[in-house]
Design a binder for this molecule. Structure first.
Ligand code: UDX
Length: 446
C-alpha cells in the first residue's frame, strides 16, 4: 500500500509541501485550524501570492476539474489521525512578542492535538524551524499522549524553501536533511522522498539536534553574509568606495561566491530576523551564548540599514520631511511575494511618516497586506501615481517591474528627479541619463 501523508498547517511551507507531495503521487490530507484557509484551498486558491503554487495545487485538489483528486483538506484531527502513515507538521514558529525567543505554541498545540489520534503506528515529521532540543522533547510528548505509544515515532526534516521560489525549492531542494532516532523513520522518509525529488539530491541523515541546528545555522549564515556586505557598504560609503564592485570582485573567489552579497536596506521577512534572534535566545539557555554574540551585531548592522535609508531620504529632501512627499516603490520584504512581515521597506516608510513625511507606497503584490499593517500610509494604484509630485523616490523592494520602469516617463510627473536605490538593483546609467540624481547605498554619488 502506498503511504498516505498528512500536512498540518497550510501556510507557505505546508501548502507547498502538501501540493508537492500530491504531485509526487501520494494521497495527501491537509489540516489547518483556520477554516477560511481550508475553504480557499478546497477551491484551489492559496491565501498568499506564491508563483506557481496555485497551479500546482489546482492540479491535485479533489473536486476540481481535471485534478488528480489526491489532495484534500480538513479541520478534523480525528480524520488526520486515521488517514496518515506519515504526518508532516508545518506550523509557524514566530518570534515571541517582546522577546528574542521563538513562540512554540503552534507546534506544541499541533503535537498535543495530533498525538491522541495516533491509534496505529505512524511517523510524525517536524518541518517547522524550532529551537534545538525541541524534537527530543516532542518525541516524549508523542510517546506519552499517543494511544499507540512507542509506535508514534518522530523525525525532524527541516525545510529550506525561499518565498517566491517555494514550489521550485520544494520540488528541487539542494539537500534533504532528516534527524531521526531509529532506522524505521529513515526508511519511511526515504520512501516519501524517493523519486524525482531525491534523485541526485544529497540525503543527510543525522540526529535530532543536528537536524534542528542545520536549519538555524543555515539561516544564521545567510543573515551574516548579508550583514557582512552591508557592513562593507558602511565602510565603502565612509571611504568613497563602491560596495557593488567590491561584492562583484570578492564573489569571484568561489569560496565566497556572488550570492547573498547585495548590499541595501537589509534582510526582513518571517524567517531570517526571527531565526537569528531565536538562535541567540536558545544558545543563552544552553549556556553557549558567547558563541553567538556576533549574531547580535549581524542584527544591529541589519537594523541600522533601515535608519540609514531614512537619513539618506531626509538629506535628499533638504534636511527635514515636513511638507515633503516621499514615493516608496516596494512594500514586501522581497520581490515575488506578498509577504510584508518585518519588511524593511515598510519600516522605512513608517519611520519617514513618523517624522512628518507624506509617504505614498506602491507594490505590485503587497498592497493589501501593507494596508492592513500600516493603514495610515498613503497608497497609489501604480508606480507612476506613487511618484507623481514626489520630492524623492525610494526604491525599497527589487521587483522586476521597477527595473523595467521608464525613468523618462517618471521624470515627467515627479517634483524632484531624485531617486535612492535601497536595493542596489536599478541601472544608475539609465536613471542618470534621464536627468535623475541617482544615489545608492554604499556607492559613490556620481
Ligand atoms: C530564507 C532562507 O533563504 C530560506 O532558505 C529559509 O527556508 C527561510 O528564510 P526567505 O525568508 O524567503 O528565505 O528570503 P531570502 O531570499 O533568504 O531573503 C531574505 C531577505 O534578505 C530579504 O529581505 C532580501 O531582500 C534580503 N537580501 C537577500 C538582501 O538584502 N541581500 C541579499 O543579497 C539577499
Amino acid at each position: 500500500m502506498p503511504l498516505k501523508l498528512t500536512v498540518i498547517g497550510t501556510g507557505y511551507l505546508g501548502a507547498t509541501h502538501a501540493a508537492a507531495m500530491a504531485e509526487l503521487g501520494f494521497d495527501v490530507l491537509g489540516l489547518d485550524i483556520d477554516r477560511g484557509k481550508i475553504e480557499m484551498l478546497q477551491q484551489g486558491r492559496v491565501p498568499m501570492y506564491e508563483p506557481g503554487l496555485e497551479e500546482l495545487l489546482s492540479r491535485h485538489v479533489a473536486g476540481l476539474p481535471d485534478s488528480s483528486g489526491r489532495l484534500r483538506f480538513t479541520s478534523s484531527w480525528e480524520e488526520i489521525g486515521e488517514f496518515g502513515d506519515v504526518h508532516f507538521v508545518c506550523v509557524n514558529t514566530p518570534q515571541k512578542h517582546g522577546e528574542y525567543a521563538c513562540d512554540m505554541s503552534y507546534v506544541d498545540s499541533a503535537f498535543s492535538l495530533l498525538a491522541p489520534h495516533l491509534k496505529r503506528p505512524a511517523l510524525v515529521v517536524g518541518k517547522s524551524t524550532v529551537p534545538v532540543g525541541s524534537a527530543s522533547r516532542l518525541a516524549g510528548v508523542l510517546r506519552e499522549l499517543a494511544p499507540v505509544g512507542e509506535g508514534a515515532e518522530l523525525a525532524w526534516n527541516p525545510e529550506f524553501l525561499r518565498e517566491g521560489f517555494a514550489v521550485e525549492d520544494t520540488l528541487h531542494p539542494d539537500r534533504i536533511v532528516v534527524g531521526v532516532s531509529g532506522e524505521r523513520a529513515e526508511t519511511l522518509l526515504r520512501e516519501v522522498y524517493a523519486g524525482p525529488i531525491a534523485e541526485g539530491t544529497p540525503f543527510v541523515v543525522t540526529d535530532y539536534p543536528t537536524a534542528e541546528l542545520v536549519k538555524t545555522a543555515a539561516n544564521a549564515f545567510l543573515a551574516t553574509k548579508i550583514s557582512f556586505i552591508n557592513a562593507m557598504a558602511e565602510v565603502s560609503e565612509a571611504a568613497g568606495g563602491d560596495v557593488a564592485k567590491l561584492a562583484e570582485a570578492i564573489g569571484y573567489d568561489d569560496r565566497i561566491g556572488h550570492k547573498f552579497l547585495r548590499a541595501g536596506i537589509g534582510f526582513g521577512g518571517g524567517c531570517l530576523p526571527k531565526d537569528i534572534r531565536a538562535f541567540m535566545a536558545r544558545a543563552g539557555e544552553l549556556g553557549a551564548d558567547q558563541a553567538l554574540t556576533f549574531l547580535r551585531e549581524v542584527d544591529s548592522v541589519n537594523m541600522r540599514r533601515r535608519t540609514h535609508m531614512v537619513e539618506m531620504a531626509r538629506d535628499a529632501v533638504g534636511g527635514g520631511f515636513l511638507g515633503r512627499r516621499i514615493a516608496v516603490l516596494g512594500a514586501t520584504f522581497k520581490p515575488d511575494s506578498d509577504d510584508v512581515r518585518d519588511s524593511p521597506a515598510l519600516n522605512v516608510a513608517g519611520q519617514i511618516q513618523l517624522q512628518g513625511g507624506q509617504v505614498t507606497v506602491y507594490d505590485p503584490k503587497g498592497m493589501d497586506n501593507a494596508r492592513r499593517l500600516f493603514p495610515t500610509l498613503g497608497y497609489a494604484p501604480t508606480a507612476l501615481d506613487a511618484v507623481r509630485g514626489a520630492d524623492v523616490v525610494l526604491h525599497l523592494t527589487e521587483w522586476r517591474q521597477f527595473r523595467e520602469l521608464d525613468p523618462a516617463a517618471l521624470a515627467e510627473v515627479t517634483r524632484q528627479r531624485s531617486i535612492l536605490d535601497g536595493r542596489n538593483a536599478l541601472d544608475p546609467t539609465l536613471w542618470r541619463k534621464a536627468g535623475w540624481t541617482y544615489r545608492a547605498m554604499g556607492r559613490p554619488s556620481a
